[in-house]
Design a protein around this ligand. Sequence first.
Ligand code: GAR
Length: 245
Amino acid sequence: MSSTDYNSDTITDMIPEPTAAPRVVVLISGSGSNLQALIDAQSHDRLGGEIVAVISNEPDAYGLKRARDAGIDAVALPHREYESREAYDGALIKVIERHEPDVIVLAGFMRILTPRFVQRFLGRMLNIHPSLLPAYQGLNTHARALADQAARHGCSVHFVTEELDGGPVVLQAELKVSADDTVDTLKQKVQDREHLIFPIAVQWFLQGRLQYTGEGATMDGHRLPPHGMRLSHDDAAEELDEAER
Ligand code: GAR
């Protein structure tokens, strides 16, 4: 066989097409510090995908600026311009689907979702919540934990289902509440933990390790306990260098 038998078509056929990175759409309503943690993870190749769009229901959300600064498509979709929750969620579905996401990440998206919306993306939506779920679903989680004199607080990443803050938990980071903690100190410590665990959970999902099933969440094919995997206070504090602050 002479070298002329190798024509360029054959060689081209042998070069694999570059596989496109999984696509991430992030929904926000506010500051977007969790969005920033996801952007930072992506820039260090630790997200497992590409954030292709950030959508906010609040047009002035600072997170939209963070997205633009990172060169990400930033979309303001103000809910006040729609006459009903159903109409808004219908419009949101259209914008999201235009970006063909593999995962939809709710990073401080402060809206109750309609069943239609949840069903459309069931199993592909992850939310971060500022408590150790199932404790303190809903709002004002830090104040409620303090009022209860809770010994432990923290944050949870969970799959989104129709039950508000009630979907299967995949990962939590724990925090020992100290006697001098206030709403502000708790908020800061909880958010530091959110920024630590949220990108990890998104990466696990995009790697196919984390999955939603009707009975709960699985990791590498194993059913997770109701509180998911948990990063202890000590491990989180060490990771965040908290002792040195
Ligand atoms: C985060 O602390 C997140 O846990 C919370 O909103 C904050 C958004 O901050 N989400 C909820 O309470 C949802 N129930 P960020 O905009 O700086 O990421």
